[in-house]
Unconditional design. Structure first.
Length: 171
């Protein structure tokens, strides 16, 4: 798993049942560039990882939540105002990647998205469910079993926003 995963998911040990990253039965991680295409890449990575882990019972929920967490990181946590399409991305713009980490224990899976911002994720009081934006964390809350965030400590700047899913016996 390496240093990134252990450091990134260390906050999961606070406020949740014990989830020791070293005791995870499976872990996978990928860096995502500061481009809108990263959301599709994150879904593809999640789809292939869950397929290898035979964790199909929460597949749709997990992919939806990963999409929302990565979208929020790209929209709100990068130093540039907006991610850019790959063909128009200025040199150096991709250098602040977002990192997706998936970890599976017996009976549960955690996805975490690390970004370079220390800003608190903002949940909006979403009464307008037809609005085009502003529902991301509402969806994360609705489709995961729990979620949260924690600032990173040490030399890694930013925070990790995580969501936990209970898995069936096959996962």
């Amino acid at each position: 798993m390496g240093t990134n995963g252990s450091t990134m998911l260390k906050p999961l040990r606070q406020g949740l049942p014990p989830l020791d990253p070293s005791a995870a039965s499976d872990a996978a991680s990928c860096a995502l560039p500061a481009r809108y295409e990263a959301v599709r890449e994150a879904r593809g990575f999640t789809r292939s990882t869950l397929g290898r882990w035979d964790a199909d019972d929460r597949f749709d929920d997990i992919c939806l939540v990963v999409s929302e967490l990565v979208t929020n990181a790209l929209r709100h946590a990068l130093p540039h105002p907006d991610p850019c399409p790959a063909e128009h991305c200025p040199a150096g713009h991709e250098q602040q990647p977002v990192r997706l980490q998936l970890m599976r224990w017996t009976g549960r899976l955690v996805c975490g998205v690390r970004d370079p911002s220390a800003d608190t994720p903002v949940t909006r009081d979403t009464e307008d469910f037809a609005a085009e934006s502003g529902r991301g964390l509402f969806l994360v809350d609705s489709f995961s079993d729990s979620w949260g965030w924690h600032p990173l400590a040490g030399s890694l700047p930013g925070k990790v926003v995580w969501a936990m899913f209970r898995l069936g016996e096959s996962g």
